[in-house]
Unconditional design. Structure first.
Length: 436
């Protein structure tokens, strides 16, 4: 046992990061539990594009594990990766409606990944991050927090789509809402008592109580052997993706992953107290490299854009501070190659309270905003509001940066604008025109 502890200490620097093996294991379990919904959603969505569910599920688990372990060993950060849900939606629905072959879709994802790699390895991505104002970095963390909280409330049917594209209360008498409220109460009671592992306890309580209420489906068997992946390996058309008419689609994959990843990394880093006084995260360039290479690798196996996942925040919130958290989560995903029904047993409402609580905690970053300076507070407000109102992290970050440049220029504070923001602004304006 002592040898194992010493090995973990040397590899993950537990003491330096003020954590322990027990904390990292619990955080890894929490991250896995909050991410496990991808095992059901991604294969189901990609089946609409004609991809076999079984093969997709097998590759999904392998890619999540391999990419997350790579992130853990190279960066020693508790970030896990999985296919971005926006890119999954594009492949599963929009491409089918546009009549674009699925092979071309993954060719475009491959090309966008190559672009990520180039930007990451020559240092441009880090330059962009350092150029983004501190107020925008802190506020995007809060915007992501509300984004996560809304996701959690939706999973419990506490908040549903109302009339005129508005949000409204769901049926507050439904078993789902009851379980959500119960899970949230259990979570916050354990949190105020500073109980480690409160999130996983909340998930387990809701999952078990959901059985008699008909929310949790108990599988007939706990063991399921992985399906063959031969049908989707190297099912990609890179040459076809180079056609000029597909350029807007390449942009559609590139920008959300680029800015979404920046927002997620900075948002989670702020919660873990890794940001310096300028809002920069030490070693962030290493995360970019893993993230970009993961996109390239995933495209070769019919995986949409592999990206750092928001749900990594759940492990961080539960105390995870090193790559050991990601290793634990990855091991649990690997086990699901044999015990997939067990993971699929966790209902979405069980992770809802966790996501909502994480969102609440991430609002804390707004205390760093200088509200007396309108050129700082207005872009911060736009980052938060547009992230949640447009349901898109990249949109919030893009509009916030543009407003920052405009306001600083309007009052003559040219020196406070990083020179690279001017070129970036042109890029962002073009991106926003593609959304029309």
């Amino acid at each position: 046992m002592a040898r194992f502890y010493n090995l973990c200490e040397r590899r993950f620097q537990l003491g330096q990061n003020k954590t322990s093996i027990r904390t990292e294991i619990l955080a890894g379990v929490t991250t896995f539990a909050t991410m496990s919904y991808v095992l059901a959603t991604v294969p189901n969505m990609l089946s609409n594009a004609g991809l076999p569910k079984g093969a997709v599920l097998t590759v999904l688990i392998i890619m999540i594990s391999v990419c997350s372990i790579a992130m853990a060993l190279y960066t020693n950060r508790p970030f896990c990766l999985a296919p971005g849900m926006s890119s999954v939606a594009i492949v599963s629905s929009i491409f089918g409606e546009a009549g674009i072959p699925v092979e071309v879709a993954f060719g475009l994802i491959f090309l966008s990944g190559i672009l990520f790699v180039i930007i990451s390895f020559v240092g441009l991505r880090e330059l962009v991050v350092k150029a983004i104002p501190a107020s925008v970095k802190f506020s995007i963390s809060a915007g992501i927090g509300l984004f996560i909280a809304l996701m959690g409330l939706k999973t419990g049917d506490v908040v549903v789509a109302g009339n005129s594209n508005s949000l409204a209360f769901g049926n507050l008498n439904s078993p789902k809402v009851f379980l959500f409220v119960l899970g949230f109460v259990v979570l916050i009671l354990l949190e105020v008592r500073k109980f480690r592992g409160s999130m996983i306890v909340s998930i387990l309580v809701v999952t078990l109580l959901g059985i008699p209420l008909g929310i949790t489906t108990v599988p007939e068997t706990m063991i399921n052997f992985p399906a063959s992946v031969t049908e989707i390996v190297f099912r990609i058309d890179i040459r076809g993706a180079l056609k000029p008419e597909y350029l807007p689609w390449l942009f559609t994959f590139f920008v959300p992953d680029f800015f979404g990843t920046i927002g997620i990394l900075l948002g989670v880093a702020d919660r873990a107290e890794w940001l310096d006084e300028k809002g920069n995260m030490p070693g962030i360039e290493r995360c970019f490299k893993v993230d970009s290479l993961s996109t390239v690798a995933g495209s070769l196996f019919c995986m949409p854009v592999m990206t750092t996942y928001l749900e990594s925040a759940s492990g961080v919130e539960d105390g995870g501070r090193t790559g050991m958290t990601s290793i634990v989560a990855s091991v649990l995903f690997v086990l699901m190659l044999l015990f997939t029904p067990l993971a699929l047993m966790i209902p979405s409402v069980a992770t809802g309270p966790v996501l909502t609580y994480i969102g609440l905690q991430m609002l804390n970053s707004m205390k760093n905003i200088n509200y007396d300076d309108k050129t700082e507070s207005i872009p911060a407000f736009i980052a938060v509001s547009m992230t949640i109102f447009t349901n898109n992290i990249a949109n919030g970050l893009s509009l916030s940066i543009l407003s920052y440049v405009l306001l600083k220029a309007a009052v003559g504070k040219w020196r406070e604008i990083h020179v690279s923001l001017y070129g970036l602004s042109i890029f962002l304006v073009y991106y926003l025109t593609t959304l029309a």
